[in-house]
Design a protein around this ligand. Structure first.
Ligand SMILES: *[C@@H]1O[C@H](CO)[C@@H](O)[C@H](O)[C@H]1NC(C)=O
Ligand SMILES: *[C@@H]1O[C@H](CO)[C@@H](O)[C@H](O)[C@H]1NC(C)=O
Ligand SMILES: *[C@@H]1O[C@H](CO)[C@@H](O)[C@H](O)[C@H]1NC(C)=O
Ligand SMILES: *[C@@H]1O[C@H](CO)[C@@H](O)[C@H](O)[C@H]1NC(C)=O
Ligand SMILES: *[C@@H]1O[C@H](CO)[C@@H](O)[C@H](O)[C@H]1NC(C)=O
Ligand SMILES: *[C@@H]1O[C@H](CO)[C@@H](O)[C@H](O)[C@H]1NC(C)=O
Length: 402
């Protein structure tokens, strides 16, 4: 079923008592009362969303078809809803028959992710004020912490490469001690904490909810991967890389620049630690999470979503740095050596992600609807303290704005 946005159709929709989660009728009371006051020149329009007939309990966020397929195959998403502003190649939100679970595919990279999430969350058709968002995607993995097929749940999402950069040819003679050409805004030293930030560099997530998702995922029988994966794991010196996949609490780096190798891996591990005041453990590299989290932070300020109800899960599809055998042959390693395929990471998206989805559905009234049990106790949100969450363990008192 494809739904077009036709107000009259919703107004005529069969009346269902408010509030239900899933699908309900348009709020005609609100419609009658919601004509904004235009008598002042500061017009604050309301997002009360009178047409919001869908109120999903869970929204699964995928980035491309490979990540969406395990959900579409395992769950019955019988409703397709076309939303203006989604990716041209993924124009529909998919929802279950009762609209309690929906899935969206945002497209890859920060720009697609931010544009799609903005369009989705501002859609007048949806009330996401109590919805749980779970980003469920694949990622590169750091062999010190994870292996092929591992499932990671993040507390921090760090944006790499939102920095100055000078090419190797231009600094290696003048600054031979620099490990890479990256350094933070407002500084001239690669080891310095940023003086100036754009605000999307770090997001901290609800740790209690993250830990609940980990607890549930830990009892899932994970897909262990292929023989090729097993051979690749054996080449590493780290125990985490050699082991079979498991569920790991560690953090995600977001970068549009799809990097690989020891030099950038070491640098971004340092950067992750630097910008989180030594609290993050970088283990997964992907291209969208800070974009999603920026949108969800902004929308939380206006009650459109609830940032405390966001989970970021990344499963490991490939190693982000070579094993010792290839450590001085990174280009060949990256472009030409098979790691045995990424089927385990894709299968594990559903295997490790569905337990928390089911828990939310089964315990909606008792636990999740009001989110008291898993309400955050740690600092949550961005470097600007936009969500005013207290307990600040990251960020500076202030940054230069320039
Ligand atoms: C809904 O979308 C999915 C994924 O794009 C597609 O496979 C399916 O055919 C669509 N269903 C309908 C009824 O259009
Ligand atoms: C419908 O809108 C009115 C405001 O006009 C609001 O008081 C009421 O809570 C809304 N109903 C629901 C279920 O959101
Ligand atoms: C993965 O390997 C572990 C350890 O051998 C085993 O217990 C588990 O059943 C395997 N998973 C699957 C899906 O076969
Ligand atoms: C890697 O480095 C070692 C030690 O410098 C050298 O012996 C070896 O030939 C290099 N291998 C490749 C593929 O460049
Ligand atoms: C790819 O690897 C094979 C060996 O597996 C080698 O023969 C070939 O030259 C490599 N190709 C490139 C472009 O490095
Ligand atoms: C984080 O580190 C920076 C740079 O050293 C410092 O200015 C800031 O106060 C620290 N923030 C917290 C919360 O410790």
């Amino acid at each position: 079923m494809r739904l077009e946005f036709l107000a009259s159709a919703f107004l005529a929709a069969t009346a269902t008592a408010f509030p239900i989660f899933g699908k309900r009728s348009a709020n005609t009371t609100f419609l009658e009362e919601s004509v904004p006051d235009s008598s002042t020149n500061k017009l604050e329009t309301s997002y009360g969303k009178p047409f919001a007939i869908f109120q999903p309990k869970v929204v699964i966020v995928s980035m491309f078809f490979y990540e969406q397929d395990p959900w579409l195959e395992n769950m019955k998403f019988v409703n397709n809803i076309t939303i203006p502003g989604l990716s041209p190649i993924y124009p529909d939100v998919h929802c279950t028959a009762d609209y309690a679970v929906c899935q969206v595919t945002v497209g890859e990279g920060d720009i697609n992710a931010a544009a799609s999430m903005t369009a989705l969350t501002l859609s007048p058709l949806f009330d996401f004020s109590k919805s749980y968002f779970m980003v469920a995607g694949i990622a590169g993995g750091e062999p010190q912490h994870v292996t092929l097929g591992s499932v990671t749940f993040a507390k921090y999402a760090i944006q790499g490469a939102l920095e100055y950069e000078i090419a190797y040819a231009d600094y290696h003679e003048t600054n031979p001690d620099w490990k890479t050409g990256y350094f933070a805004y407002g500084t001239s030293d690669p080891s310095a904490y940023p003086e100036n930030v754009y605000g999307t560099e770090v997001f901290e997530l609800n740790e209690k909810l993250r830990d609940r998702a980990v607890e549930l995922a830990s009892s899932a029988a994970l897909n262990n991967g292929t023989e090729g994966n097993a051979k690749m794991r054996e080449l590493y010196e780290f125990e985490a890389a050699q082991n079979l996949p498991s569920v790991v609490k560690c953090d995600v780096m977001t970068s549009d620049n799809y990097y690989s190798g020891n030099t950038l891996g070491d640098y971004f591990a340092f950067w992750a630690s630097l910008v989180t005041n030594g609290t993050a453990t970088y283990c997964a590299t992907a291209q969208e999470d800070n974009a999603h989290l920026e949108v969800l932070t902004r929308m939380t300020v206006h009650g459109i979503v609830d940032y405390d109800r966001v989970i970021v899960m990344r499963t490991i599809s490939d190693f982000a740095r070579p094993p010792p055998l290839y450590s001085n042959d990174t280009v060949n390693w990256f472009t030409n050596v098979s790691q045995g395929g990424s089927s385990a990471s894709v299968a594990n998206l559903y295997l490790a992600g569905s337990p928390i989805v089911n828990d939310i559905l089964e315990n909606w009234d008792a636990i999740y609807k009001d989110n008291t049990l898993y309400k955050s106790e740690n600092y949550v949100g961005d470097l600007f303290n936009t969500l005013d969450s207290g307990n600040r363990d990251i960020s500076a008192e202030s940054f230069l704005i320039n």
